[in-house]
Design a protein around this ligand. Structure first.
Ligand code: G3I
Length: 385
């Protein structure tokens, strides 16, 4: 088991070793070499995020197929230049990679891994078990009613084993279970929970470990700065430790806004998970600048909910930069505990935040603008180093 509590020094030593091993495996030099060979050289900014934070944490981004399938594109160039860790946004989700019982869709996942390896990226597989983006019929197939817990358990085990085994030694980190805890601090009442009880979570970690003993295994969730979710996560970690269930870290997703969360609460969660001896990964960071709507509501598009469709006013852009600066200041403080910080996308035009929770809005949540240029927020972050 990998989760015995470490002293602060042991943790720091382990983390520095693991990051150095990765960076010094030649990643950066080889990446430049590949860029030169493929002719994908862009006017490099003076410093890149990954270099600026190399003593702190890995700098990652989520990508979608448009990046790894269009290698010479400007977007792919930004990715190769700025980041050293990649997460695939959707292609490992069950409905994509395993749409029917016998059908596996490997092409995208293979292409993602090959792209990542070519640029010597640290690779994150996301997610193995989730309640969303499941194929129709996995739980309630009218043609085959009565899925027993035993059948579902076997399906889940096969799903995890087959994927993790295929990328054994190539994907460095797995989001094994995603979003299993509800806002009230109870288990999220999803199909897995209803059919199998909470035991599906521990089993999933065990199967993932068996399939690739070297991969880091994370529990990944949003709003983990909320006290109720934090406490439930710590309770789960303690239970895992007592039962010998393998877990290496917690992915704090990091879907934030200009005014939420209180960064003190984020820091409390980083401390709480670190106290249990786990790595912390900030796995899906972005900052929403648009008017918020109550959680769980999905209003129709209305122009008053979309105030910046013609451009972000300078004062809001400054607020965004300040917010990113504050967030990264907190993260740097905890750099001994944080292994990786991943932005949930590269440039504003491709963010899911343009369509969630209100479709068709114009949002500005990331570090690169719609022309793939670094924003004021990028400068604010990089100037911290
Ligand atoms: O692939 C289909 C395409 O064939 C179809 O034409 C198109 C029409 O809408 O939809 C495409 O699928 C979309 C998919 O993204 C790929 O683009 C889905 O509709 C859309 O719902 C899906 O959204 C994803 C979302 O998860 C929903 O599961 C976002 O891209 C993705 O960024 C987001 O990521 C999640 C993390 O996995 C977990 N944490 C929260 C985060 C944000 O919701």
């Amino acid at each position: 088991m990998n989760c015995s509590p470490l002293t602060a020094n042991e943790r720091l030593e382990k983390k520095i070793l693991s990051r150095r091993r990765f960076l010094k495996s030649g990643g950066l030099l080889l990446t430049v070499g590949v860029l030169l060979r493929t002719g994908s050289v862009f006017a490099a900014a003076e410093r890149q995020l990954r270099d600026a934070f190399q003593d702190d944490f890995l700098m990652g981004t989520m990508i979608d197929p448009v990046v790894y399938l269009r290698e010479g594109s400007e977007l792919a160039g930004v990715v190769a230049r700025e980041f050293n860790s990649l997460t695939a946004g959707n292609i490992f989700k069950w409905d994509h990679i395993h749409p029917t019982e016998k059908h596996w869709n490997w092409a995208h996942a293979d292409a993602f891994v090959e792209f990542g390896e070519k640029y010597r990226m640290h690779l994150v597989g996301h997610p193995l078990v989730w309640h969303a983006q499941l194929p129709i019929g996995l739980f309630d197939n009218p043609a085959k009613p009565g899925q027993t817990p035993a059948i579902l358990t076997e399906k889940l085990q096969q799903h995890i084993t087959r994927i993790v085994d295929r990328y054994r030694g190539r994907i460095h980190v797995w989001d094994v279970v995603n979003e299993a805890i509800a806002e009230d601090g109870n288990w999220y009442d999803n199909h897995w929970y209803q059919k199998l009880g909470p035991g599906y979570i521990a089993s999933s970690f065990r199967w993932a470990r068996e399939a690739d003993p070297a991969a880091k295994l994370l529990y990944n969730d949003f709003n983990l700065w909320d006290e109720r979710k934090r406490n439930k996560t710590v309770e789960m970690i303690k239970f895992f430790k007592s039962e010998g269930v393998p877990i290496d870290g917690i992915g704090i997703q990091g879907h934030m806004g200009l005014n939420y969360p209180d960064l003190k609460e984020l820091e409390n969660s980083i401390e709480a998970f670190s106290r249990e001896g786990l790595e912390v990964h900030i796995s899906e960071l972005e900052v929403d600048v648009l008017p918020t709507v109550p959680i769980g509501e999905f209003p129709q598009y209305r122009s008053e909910l979309d105030p910046y469709k013609d451009g972000l006013p300078k004062e809001v852009d400054q607020k965004l930069a300040q917010r990113y600066k504050d967030i990264f200041s907190s993260l740097i403080k905890y750099r001994d505990n944080i292994q990786r910080v991943t932005l949930w996308g590269v440039s504003d035009d491709r963010s899911w935040k343009n369509d969630f929770p209100v479709p068709g809005r114009t949002n500005y949540p990331l570090l690169f603008d719609r022309n793939r240029q670094p924003k004021r927020a990028y400068d604010a972050v990089i100037k911290l180093k």
